[in-house]
Write a protein that binds this ligand. Structure first.
Ligand code: NAI
Length: 529
């Protein structure tokens, strides 16, 4: 057995932070240090307000990072009665004894790597933005940088674990980097892809459906895999820990994300057919999902998938397929991305069409910017694509409200639009506001683009399918018109275009209240039956 006393996790992001915290929680005798070059991020992990929002994360981090002077006992009875404090609820039935801190956050990358028995690499691996493979290949710059740091500073025999999502055969790249800097020294390499979802990261880490560990078929490879498996086995049943071939392990993460995204694009393609035929996509999804061979998950039509993973992982899969001489396979997966873009485009154009084909002089409100509920992650939000198309129509104002995304994170995402719309950014039409009521006041259209619970039970002001009258006085260039009211409720009813939302529940929800702040419901246009 390889004894693991010191773990260094490189990258304090959405994966590195929560993963390291949960490993530390369950392995109190192992010192886990998360390192990052970003001083601000590390300061936040060491402070009271963590840099990422995940239900339960604060409790786990506090216990492992700060320790506790007395034992905590949490029984499942207590859990059911809701009588436990936050930390105990997360830990469930684990019986805790007093513990010393064993989770640390630091920018001292070199020193920490030098002391580690195991390095988890969880740095960002985005899509390349320029050069060969631009737009599809994985940008491995951060990953290679981390590997070089390890190659130079790690002790001989340190186990290297790929936690980042990487292209198949990355294990060979790591080997080459190690060999170039430390010829002849053995560094066992493992692939241990992370399957957590943002918004449920702690739950997913606490109760994973599988832990995949890929290793080389060598004695040192198997020993290293056993050492990592032992860490997980402190809280994950052995039956869920799957040792597999390292290349399979690297590829299975891309395959899992591609298949999940494919289901979303599949149901979205059906939603487009529904709109032309009068069929109802939510009824279809329900019926199709009742087939046990298919299941109900990931069958919700809407704006398509966002977030930092699905798009880039499928792009990486298409690039891989093409580079190994499989253009048909690449084209197959590319279509999943094409359908996703089509959906945003279709939605934004429908909004514009419903507002008399012009947004000049009008105000649009966007409720929800995060790519899904319960996360403050603003990366790769579907809202960005919608915004891009709306901006082309020269709206007077676009107000964005999200309950969790920080203003600075949204602004950072919008910088890509600045170049395209230099004339109107940043003093132009977009404003990010912290009050949903302010966001909706005097709005011509409210678009709900994230399925936050607070936006549930929406009350449509006017069904999308209703024709919108052009007032006689409206000259098409200035001013707002009371008839241009539209309430698009995308994620909840999915394409409201298909099916106007059901009559609202009692006006307890935020949106019901918001409705009263909008321009009043239009009088029925002449030709509206
Ligand atoms: P992130 O961007 O939130 O965090 C990465 C961190 O690594 C950054 O804070 C960055 O400063 C740091 N970093 C980069 N190079 C470094 C170096 N050489 N030394 C020290 N720190 C360095 O990324 P996130 O979202 O945590 O993703 C990490 C990996 O996990 C990616 O490969 C991603 O595809 C994968 N993944 C992400 C999931 C998610 O939901 N975000 C889920 C499953 C996998």
């Amino acid at each position: 057995n390889v004894p693991i006393r010191n773990i260094c996790c490189i990258g304090a992001g959405y994966v590195g932070g929560p993963t390291a915290a949960v490993i530390a929680l369950h392995n109190p005798h192992v010192r886990v240090t998360v390192v990052d070059r970003d001083q601000k991020r590390i300061d936040a992990w060491n402070g009271r307000h963590l840099p990422i929002h995940e239900p339960g994360l604060v409790d786990v981090v506090r216990l492992a990072r700060d320790g506790s002077s007395e034992g905590r006992r949490a029984s499942s009875d207590q859990a059911e009665a809701g009588a436990m404090d936050g930390a105990s609820r997360i830990i469930g039935t684990v019986v805790e004894s007093a513990r010393m801190p064993n989770l640390f956050f630091s920018t001292a990358c070199v020193e920490t790597i030098g002391q580690a028995d195991m390095c988890l690499i969880s740095v960002n691996t985005p899509t390349k933005l320029r050069g060969v493979g631009s737009g599809r290949a994985t940008d491995m710059a951060a990953f290679e940088g981390a590997c070089r740091d390890i190659a130079i500073h790690a002790k001989a025999g340190t186990i290297l674990v790929e936690k980042s999502t990487v292209p198949c055969k990355t294990g060979q790249l790591i080997k080459d980097i190690m060999e170039a800097h430390r010829p002849g020294v053995v560094f066992p390499i493992l692939s241990n892809p992370e399957f957590l979802s943002e918004g449920t990261a702690v739950r997913d880490l606490m109760h994973p459906d599988r832990v995949v560990i890929g290793c080389e078929s060598t004695i040192s490879g198997h020993r290293a895999a056993a050492a990592l498996a032992n860490l997980y086995a402190t809280w994950v049943p052995r039956s869920r820990i799957a040792p597999i071939n390292i290349w399979s392990s690297e590829l299975c993460k891309l395959a899992a994300n591609a298949m999940l995204a494919q289901r979303i694009s599949s149901i979205n393609s059906i939603s487009a057919i529904c709109e032309r035929t009068g069929a109802d996509v939510s009824e279809i999804a329900k019926s199709v999902g009742m087939d046990p061979r298919i299941g109900p998950q990931f069958l919700k039509a809407g704006l398509g998938f966002g977030g930092s993973c699905f798009r880039k992982d499928i792009a990486s899969l298409t690039y891989l397929s093409e580079s190994i001489g499989l253009p048909e396979v690449a084209a197959y997966w590319q279509q999943v991305l094409t359908m996703n873009d089509f959906q945003r485009d279709r939605f934004a154009r429908h909004v514009i069409a419903t507002l008399n084909n012009s947004l000049r002089g009008k105000k649009i409100t966007i409720l929800g910017y995060a790519f899904k509920k319960n996360t403050g992650d603003a990366r790769e939000s579907p809202a960005l694509d919608v915004l891009r198309i709306l901006l082309e129509e020269g709206p007077r104002r676009i107000s964005i409200y999200d309950p969790l995304c920080s203003v600075s994170d949204i602004k950072r995402e919008l910088t890509v639009l600045e170049a395209e719309y230099a004339a109107c950014m940043p003093d132009g039409p977009i404003e990010i506001v912290s009050d949903p009521y302010v966001a909706c006041t005097d709005s011509n259209a409210v678009l709900v683009l994230t399925d936050w619970d607070m936006f549930k039970n929406t009350k449509p002001i006017a069904a999308l399918s209703k024709p919108v009258a052009m007032p006689e006085t409206y000259d098409g260039t200035t001013g707002t018109t009371p008839n241009d009211i539209l309430h698009v409720n995308l994620h909840m009813e999915q394409l409201a275009i298909n099916k106007p939302s059901k009559p609202s529940v009692p006006p307890t929800s935020l949106l019901a209240e918001l409705a009263s702040r909008l321009i009043p419901e239009p009088t029925c246009p002449v030709d509206c039956a």
